[in-house]
Design a protein around this ligand. Structure first.
Ligand SMILES: [Cu+2]
Length: 274
């Protein structure tokens, strides 16, 4: 026993020394992990064309790839085609990256592109289509924005949007609760065929800036509303056209196709401004 005690003390001293020696290395390794931790963005998928569908698009850096998770409320079983497009929700360009089609409102896609490479291509937007047979009808869209102010422009449609954008913009005032909503930019994506528009009613508020993205799925058409002196050019099947105007008066105004007798044959709808 006389020898055991000093040995025990030496063991304790060595153990304590070892603990102090290694302890300082722990915090720096944590710091390193933080500085290299994966980045992410959370975007609001704003409802389009009165679809009732809105939700979030989360973008994650995963090594040298990028993962995009879509979550939509009020979704059909699907599948609903979804893509990353060039441009913004207000002015969509072509498909840049196809995404996994949401089923029951959710989908995960891992893109073979790095987070930095993706963001270097802004402006980009994520959009979701109604269904495979009705892919021309858009139900939700999000502009991809980063927190350093790079954005694909145009305000997000829908009042609650700002609350859901994480880490993107300086805090903004809560949505206006007054009965008169402040003017917004509203975007509607319509198609035309023989002899109907994909949507027969468009509702906006007075003062809104309204953009109609129109394309023909069959035949030669345009989208016209006389009272706002707004009309797209006349386009053939597959061709897009767009018009933006300010809805500066209230009422119900008929929009129609000005080609031939299309209006008389039922190619019309109502623009309701409240
Ligand atoms: Cu027409």
């Amino acid at each position: 026993m006389k020898k055991a005690l000093p040995i025990l003390i030496v063991v304790i001293i060595i153990a304590a020394g070892a603990w102090f020696y290694f302890k300082p290395s722990v915090p720096p390794s944590n710091t390193n992990q933080n500085t290299t931790s994966n980045r992410s963005l959370s975007l609001t998928l704003a409802e389009q064309n009165q679809s009732g569908q809105s939700g979030t698009a989360n973008i994650f850096e995963v090594g040298d790839k990028t993962k995009i998770e879509l979550t939509l409320r009020n979704s059909p079983a699907g599948p609903q085609p979804a893509h990353v497009h060039t441009g913004s929700c207000a002015e969509l360009g072509g498909v840049k990256y196809p995404l996994t089609s949401p089923v029951n409102g959710t989908s995960d896609t891992t893109l073979d592109v790095s987070y930095d490479e993706l963001l270097a291509q802004l402006p980009l937007a994520i959009n979701v289509h109604k269904s495979v047979p009705e892919a021309s009808v858009y139900v939700a869209c999000a502009d991809i924005k980063t927190n350093d102010g790079v954005s694909s422009a145009m305000p997000v449609i829908g009042g609650a949007a700002n609350d859901m954008i994480v880490n993107n913009e300086p805090p903004t005032a809560p949505p206006d609760q007054a009965s008169t909503p402040s003017p917004q930019a509203k975007v509607f994506n319509l198609t035309g065929k023989m002899f109907a528009f994909s949507q027969t009613e468009i509702r906006v508020n007075k003062g809104d800036t309204v953009t109609i993205n129109f394309s023909s799925t069959e035949g030669f058409h345009d989208w016209t509303v006389d009272e706002f002196n707004a009309r797209t050019k006349q386009v053939n099947t597959g061709e897009p056209a767009s018009v933006t105007f300010t809805a500066d008066k209230t009422g119900t105004f008929e929009y129609y196709c000005s080609v031939g007798q299309h209006r008389a044959m039922g190619m019309k709808g109502n623009l309701i401004v409240k």
